[in-house]
Design a protein around this ligand. Structure first.
Ligand code: CO
Length: 210
């Protein structure tokens, strides 16, 4: 259990580090959280949400799952989104995918993995929806990267289609939904420029009015 005892040692060091310049660091953080952002990212251990964007505990509300999906029947994601938007009042929802995503790669192949295949089915749907564009890309690595990007764009649209986001917009709450990609090889974030901040930008079939 040496590996685990090391984690507790790391924790002690972390506490010392945080309280060195601010002895009240934890008591202040414990009072409340006021995050401005909700991050929806991949579970991949190489994509640590807070660290990438240099934010402290309390500044970024985080939800992560395999391949950063936001599905309409997923009670977990819906609960996170509703709490972030309606209670915490976040102003930005960021869907962040990453190049080199194992979930996206598995969805492009036909090998059975397990339960996760049912989850990855949603990425295969993204592929089918964009089949004409994707099949034109002959370079496999580039096609794989493009599917990572298209998946992010699709999930950010899924978020916009929820009653949660549309109710917030109807109440004139400032709320922008963004799609970003993280590059594991360079550490760099890329904005896919697919930001949506009002219902006129979504397909009319998804617009819900009171
Ligand atoms: Co991933």
């Amino acid at each position: 259990m040496k590996e685990l005892s090391q984690l507790f040692k790391n924790n002690e060091k972390w506490i010392l580090n945080k309280t060195f310049s601010d002895p009240e660091y934890f008591s202040k953080k414990a009072e409340r959280q006021v995050p401005t952002y909700l991050w929806i990212g991949c579970s991949d251990s190489r994509v640590p949400a807070n660290e990438i964007v240099g934010l402290e505990p309390g500044e970024l509300f985080v939800h992560r799952n395999v391949a950063n999906l936001f599905l309409h029947a997923d009670l977990n994601s819906l609960s996170v989104l509703e709490y972030a938007v309606s209670v915490l009042g976040v102003q930005h929802v960021i869907v962040c995918g990453h190049y080199g995503c194992g979930g996206i790669k598995a969805a492009m192949e036909n090998t059975q993995v397990g339960i996760v295949d049912n989850w990855l089915r949603n990425i295969r749907d993204v592929y089918v929806t964009n089949k004409a564009d994707l099949d034109q890309i002959k370079d496999e690595k580039r096609r794989y990267q493009r599917l990572v990007e298209l998946n992010v764009i699709t999930q950010s649209k899924n978020i916009c289609h929820t009653t949660i986001v549309q109710r917030a917009w109807a109440k004139k709450q400032d709320l922008c939904i963004h799609g970003w990609v993280y590059n594991l090889e360079t550490g760099k974030l890329k904005d896919l420029d697919c930001t949506i901040n009002d219902p006129s930008k979504i397909d009319p079939i998804y617009q819900i009015r009171d």
